[in-house]
Structure formats: structure tokens, C-alpha cells
Design a protein around this ligand. Sequence first.
Ligand code: ZN
Length: 296
Amino acid sequence: MNKKKIPSKHTDEIQLRALKLDLLSINQATLPPDVTLESAIKIIAKKEIGGIAVWRDKLLDCGVTQARSLLQEHDLVVTGLCRAGMFCGEEAGGSKSKSWDQMIDDNFAAIDEAAEINAQVLIIVAGGIRTGEKDLSAARTFVADGLHVILERARDRGVILAIEPLHPVYCANRSVVSTMKQALDLCDVLGSGIGVAVDAYHTWWDPDLHAQIIRAGPERLLAFHICDWLRDTRDPLLDRGMMGDGVIDLQKMRGWMEAAGYSGLCEVEIFSERNWWQRRPQDVVDVCADRFLGDC
Ligand code: ZN
């Protein structure tokens, strides 16, 4: 006679935890900057977390072909490739500016890389205003024009673009697209193959957030980034908080996303120079998993 093994309560809990961690992704930038893509993949996969978001500089250090095989071998979903866009032709703090053609070429390269590693989306950060200029509406026109050009290439390669609106504090040097409404207005004009990445850190303050999540709907809610806004943040760029340590009601926001039809992973993205980047990457991933299960 076959002895059927009755799962103990403990086994059930472990299985449930594993199922929930399938819905978690770790953005590579959450780990200290000296962690390679290969190490990040191994640390995240060992914890049985479902996904990873990859940064282009780390991807190129690793080699795209090597990265693709590591990601497949460890069975990780790539929730995003960070990042393309920057339609003003300048990186924040960067000394060199690119011509329009160079900037478009760089976006095309990012689309090809996203296709190679089978990223669910290519994250688009709009870019700010060029050094020495003051024309905000012209900068926004550049974004619309640039997206129009690169979207065709993305559709050809089967890559989905996700515009990530950034908090208005970054309007000058990172993104002249500050709200979900602005991002969705662009999507309305551009058509298929493009949607939004909702980052809790950038959008939590917006009184229109819930309405815009509903407006986006399942077709255009393409990524959900989580972390926390520390009440007395010391630096809006590099002092992001771990989920549960700040003022964002992440459970409520996740509820809004899921009620609007979002069924993807929750991606932890924490830039934290003085706190989380000072710790062992394994410990950071452990805390991310615990907080995801308890606070999100
Ligand atoms: Zn983000």
C-alpha cells in the first residue's frame, strides 16, 4: 500500500512562503554596487526568489550571452532591464552629452539587450533638461519624439517599453515625466507596446495615483517597484528605505495595482548608500524577503 505523506503544518508554511517569494523580484541596484551580475543572480536564486531586474552596465560587464545563460540556468524572471530613455542626451551628473543620433543608437542597443535576456520590460527614464537650457516643454517634446522613434524598433524586437515616472525632485536631471498621468498621456498617443512602471517611491505622494492606476489597467501596468520613503530622508537619490521603514502604505498600493489587473512581480529597488549597501548582499536579500512577506 502506498503511504501518502500528509504534509505537516510546517511544510505547508514553507511551501506557502516559496509561492509568495515567486512574486518577488530584486532589482540589482538594491545590492551593494560592487556585486556582479553573476553573484547577484546566484544570491537571489539561492533564496528562491522569483525574479531580478538587471542594470545595463552590470549586464555588459558580465557579457550578454553569459548573462542570458546564467539567468536561464537559475530560472529567474527578468522583471526589467534598467534603463533606456534619457532623451535629453545627458546622464545626471554626466559630463558628456550625446547627439540625438547617439542617444537613439544607445536606446536601440538597450532594446537589443532587453530582447537578448528576455526582459519583461525595458525601463524608460525620460531624461531631464539639457545643461544650460530652460525650456521644459521642449524637453517633454524630445521625450515624445524619442519614444516614437524607438518604439518601432522595440515592437520589431518584441520588447515592451515601460515609462517610469520619477518623483518631481528629479525633473531637472533625470525625468521631465513626473506623474503617472503624464506617462499615460504619452502612452495614449503612442499606442501598443508601451506602458508604465509604477515605482512606489516616485508615485506615493500623488493624489491622483489610484485613479491613474485604474486608468492604466492590466495592459499598461507593466512593473511595480517597491521600497519605502523615509520620513526624514537625507538624500532623495541614495537614501531609500526598506519596506516597512517609512511612510508608504505598500499594502494599500499593491492592493490598488492588483485590483487594477496587475499580475506581475513586486520588484524591490533600494538605493541606499549609507545603510543597505554597507551590508552583506545575502543579508539584504534576506531582509527584502522577510519585509516583502510581512509589510507588502
Ligand atoms: Zn524604479
